[in-house]
Design a protein around this ligand. Structure first.
Ligand SMILES: [Zn+2]
Ligand SMILES: [Zn+2]
Length: 140
């Protein structure tokens, strides 16, 4: 009987320490899981923001040859001037204009105007269009 109580006396602290260690392991695993989930959520949110415009929508945007109105403006993607006769696209919401190739490249990665950040994803929603901003304010 004495031996048994001595054994219990030795084993109990070990059992206690083990229980604490197990609880600690659980906490660590929980923290790692939560951090992973948060990281994933953040990555998803970032991916959402940096989603380009679908190609089918890109092709619906009006493309024109630069005329008198676009001439002399700067394409804010390549920072070069838009010259008469060059293929350009004018964004339907904010009326900012760019070289067609420059804008298409940009919109494939980012569905927002490079100048004023007006999201083109709103075009995909069946909502009335907001009033256009005066395109003469195009400043890079
Ligand atoms: Zn350009
Ligand atoms: Zn714009």
């Amino acid at each position: 009987m004495l031996i048994a109580s001595i054994l219990v006396g030795i084993a109990l602290p070990f059992a206690g320490a083990f229980a604490l260690f197990a609880a600690y392991l659980c906490l660590v695993r929980y923290a790692i899981t939560m951090a992973g989930m948060r990281g994933r959520l953040r990555a998803e949110a970032a991916a959402e923001q940096h989603k380009g415009l679908p190609k089918s929508e890109l092709e619906k945007l009006p493309a024109t040859e630069a005329g008198g109105e676009e001439e002399g403006r700067e394409c804010c993607v390549c920072l070069e001037g838009i010259e008469r006769g060059q293929r350009t696209r004018v964004l339907p919401l904010c009326k900012h204009s760019f070289h067609l190739a420059c804008l298409d490249q940009w919109l494939a990665r980012n569905a927002a105007c490079p100048v004023c950040r007006t999201s083109l994803l709103t075009l995909l929603l069946p909502l009335p269009l907001p009033l256009p901003i005066n395109a003469a304010d195009q400043n890079c």
